[in-house]
Design a protein around this ligand. Structure first.
Ligand SMILES: *[C@@H]1O[C@H](CO)[C@@H](O)[C@H](O)[C@H]1NC(C)=O
Ligand SMILES: *[C@@H]1O[C@H](CO)[C@@H](O)[C@H](O)[C@H]1NC(C)=O
Ligand SMILES: *[C@@H]1O[C@H](CO)[C@@H](O)[C@H](O)[C@H]1NC(C)=O
Ligand SMILES: *[C@@H]1O[C@H](CO)[C@@H](O)[C@H](O)[C@H]1NC(C)=O
Ligand SMILES: *[C@@H]1O[C@H](CO)[C@@H](O)[C@H](O)[C@H]1NC(C)=O
Ligand SMILES: *[C@@H]1O[C@H](CO)[C@@H](O)[C@H](O)[C@H]1NC(C)=O
Ligand SMILES: *[C@@H]1O[C@H](CO)[C@@H](O)[C@H](O)[C@H]1NC(C)=O
Ligand SMILES: *[C@@H]1O[C@H](CO)[C@@H](O)[C@H](O)[C@H]1NC(C)=O
Length: 581
């Protein structure tokens, strides 16, 4: 494909595209934390990245369902990247149009991946301002001397609108204002006795407000031994880190000494760097996500090799960090069979209003996740902490506003539960603030064609005008959202965060994938078709609810619901199912 692109570039005839400009993306102002300091020199060179129209996304999606649906003739027959590329390579017409447009300004593109649907073009600020009807300016990040060059609006000739979906960096700014970790976590106090008895758990796991590996092993039946001790490297569990969210090795060791005294405390992780991502070991630079995700991945997925994938920040925005990570993993001969991504891009309304990302950017990332699914990757993401509604702090917070990328149909979206003795809970229950609902961006995938209409019927379609009932619905399942972890050598707990739920479930999937590979079978790949065939492998919650700003929220019902999906996972039940496949 690289050849095809190059040839088109060289032989494209000189031509002018005479057409009107169409705005592709715009925002009213820079996000908080960035201030306009002026215009960059007109001859400064920008490296722009262009997402081109992919030729056959429907074909890719059909292939993903064929190879991910148990019982189908192609189940488990994952594709090579060359096979995937046949679906995503731009059409000859798209390439011609783009190359002709660039050649008219003496510009040339270089492909950034093997399919050539993601390309890079260097051009001066003056050329970019004129080609894109933009106003590229310099913005300073508050409290630093770092600057980024962005525009608040950009356009394309209307004739190119179908061929070029979006361009970066333009309107999306880096994730500069990550809240300081300590502002969100509290020291734990020691566990006190005299709390209510929690159903069917040993004495060690009574009275908890926050969970640990041993008690999660009990609660969900997770084994404490490796399913594949002979060939551990046959399967890799990837844990993603974005926006400088690092993981500290000394904290990991303390965590293992405290919570997994039965395994080698020297157990650590491999490291992959994307876009010059690092894993700084300065204690204060550890991230709460980076630390807790790695600590649970290694403590729960016993014996599975874990790789921390760190993606660099500048000149990225969070969504393009994720896209770069996906493209990088797709370029590997064997991507990690299990992948955890707990970063939160935003709620869909932010995508729609173009405040942060255009809808097409979210669709591009979801298409990249479909490619990972085609390669046999089980990708697990959390549903966020905003319940059924949008982000309360945003003006005009929308009543039903689900989080992205959880709404992408090719990820497994995990919501949160709680089980807190300090609240006198004796049973696991759905977390009120766990994200759930219906996408306005992605249509309902066919694996939900039984579960979701059943829920709609059970609730008499009472909400059918409040949200788009034909959208992809989340979550798929739920798990405990309150965990103990080590941060700067101290024990913390951090409650009610479905990011933990995703880490727990991803660790269980890593063990299941290891079981499959130890048995000489392919990994499980994209999980949702399997999950929706086996809703009874999960503990159903029929009470509890989620709420959100300006909305009535959702109540739990029997079977799948937008509160907790199918409920919380049982490892023994899932193991039995995957052994029979
Ligand atoms: C920015 O640069 C100035 C001059 O080099 C320096 O004095 C200042 O400490 C820098 N500020 C930060 C936040 O790095
Ligand atoms: C946590 O406890 C340590 C001592 O164990 C103390 O130094 C620190 O200030 C506490 N942090 C918070 C956020 O309370
Ligand atoms: C977790 O932190 C909360 C808030 O600081 C505290 O009330 C609770 O007791 C802690 N849980 C455990 C198990 O220490
Ligand atoms: C862990 O590493 C240390 C230092 O390399 C070594 O002394 C110790 O024996 C190791 N522990 C185990 C259980 O392998
Ligand atoms: C839990 O139960 C005890 C004993 O009945 C009661 O004193 C306490 O207030 C209850 N706590 C909560 C959070 O409901
Ligand atoms: C509802 O979702 C479907 C599928 O994504 C879409 O085609 C349709 O336009 C949406 N309708 C509204 C009113 O948003
Ligand atoms: C739906 O309608 C049926 C029949 O009228 C009724 O029995 C049921 O309680 C209703 N369910 C809800 C959630 O309103
Ligand atoms: C959820 O249940 C409560 C109590 O039965 C009811 O008042 C509320 O209207 C229900 N909410 C929805 C969205 O159905």
């Amino acid at each position: 494909m690289l050849k095809r692109l190059t040839r088109a570039l060289v032989f494209a005839p000189f031509a002018c595209v005479h057409s009107t400009f169409v705005v592709i993306g715009k925002r009213d102002s820079a996000p908080p934390g960035f201030s306009l300091i002026g215009s960059p020199p007109a001859d400064d060179v920008l490296t722009l990245r262009l997402a081109l129209a992919q030729s056959n996304i429907q074909g890719l999606q059909d292939a993903v369902y064929d190879i991910s649906t148990p019982g189908g003739s192609r189940y488990g027959q994952y594709l090579t990247q060359a096979q995937v590329d046949e679906y995503v390579v731009p059409s000859a017409e798209t390439l011609d149009q783009v190359n002709t447009w660039l050649a008219a300004s003496n510009l040339k593109a270089s492909p950034l991946n093997s399919a050539g649907d993601w390309i890079s073009v260097g051009m001066t600020v003056a050329q970019a301002n004129s080609l894109l009807a933009a106003d590229f300016s310099t913005f300073q990040i508050a409290g630093t001397n770092k600057t980024v060059i962005r525009t608040l609006s950009y356009s394309l000739p209307s004739a190119l609108q179908k061929s070029i979906h979006w361009i970066h960096p333009t309107i999306s700014f880096p994730n500069s204002n990550r809240p300081a970790a300590l502002s969100r976590i509290k020291n734990t106090s020691s566990v006190t006795s005299a709390r209510p008895q929690m159903v069917s758990l040993s004495a060690n796991c009574q009275g908890l407000s926050s969970w640990n590996p041993a008690c999660l092993q009990e609660l969900y039946g997770i084994p404490s031994t490796s399913p594949n001790p002979a060939a551990p490297a046959a399967h890799v569990f990837g844990v993603s880190g974005f926006s400088n969210d690092f993981t500290n090795e000394r904290d990991l060791r303390t965590f293992l000494e405290t919570y997994r005294p039965d395994i080698n405390p020297n157990t650590t992780f491999d490291f992959l760097s994307v876009d010059d991502g690092i894993n700084n070991q300065l204690p204060a630079d550890a991230g709460e996500d980076g630390n807790s995700n790695i600590q649970y991945a290694i403590a729960l997925a016993t014996g599975v090799p874990v790789t921390f994938v760190s993606t660099g920040t500048l000149p990225n925005a969070l969504l393009t960090e994720m896209l770069d990570e996906a493209n990088y993993l797709l370029s590997l001969e064997q991507p990690p069979q299990t992948l955890l991504n707990t970063a939160f891009v935003g709620v869909e309304s932010e995508v729609f209003e173009g405040v942060i990302y255009t809808p097409q950017m979210a669709i591009s990332l979801c298409n990249a996740y479909a490619q990972l699914a085609a390669r046999g990757v089980s990708l697990i993401v959390p549903t966020g902490v905003f319940g059924s509604g949008g982000i309360p702090a945003l003006p005009g917070c929308l009543p039903y506003d689900p989080p992205f990328p959880a709404t992408c149909p090719f990820v497994t979206a995990v919501g949160g539960t709680e089980f807190d003795a300090t609240q006198n809970q004796t049973e696991e229950t759905p977390l009120k603030t766990s994200g759930g609902g219906f996408s306005s961006l992605f249509a309902r995938p066919k694996y939900q064609d039984a579960a979701v209409p059943a829920w709609l019927a059970a609730t008499n379609n009472t909400h059918s005008t409040a949200f788009n009932v034909s959208g992809r619905a989340i979550p798929d399942l739920s798990a405990i959202s309150m965990l103990d972890f080590i941060f700067e050598q101290r024990l913390f707990n951090f409650s009610q965060t479905p990011q933990f739920s995703a880490a727990i479930f991803a660790s269980m999937v890593a063990l299941l994938n290891s079981e499959r590979i130890a048995a000489g079978k392919p990994g499980l790949g994209f999980l949702n078709p399997l999950i929706y065939q086996h809703g009874d492998a999960f503990k159903d919650f029929t009470t509890g609810s989620i709420t959100g700003c300006n909305s009535g929220g959702f109540n739990a019902t029997a079977g799948w619901d937008p509160v907790s999906g199918f409920g919380s996972p049982s490892y023994p039940k899932l193991l039995k199912i995957i052994q029979d496949l």
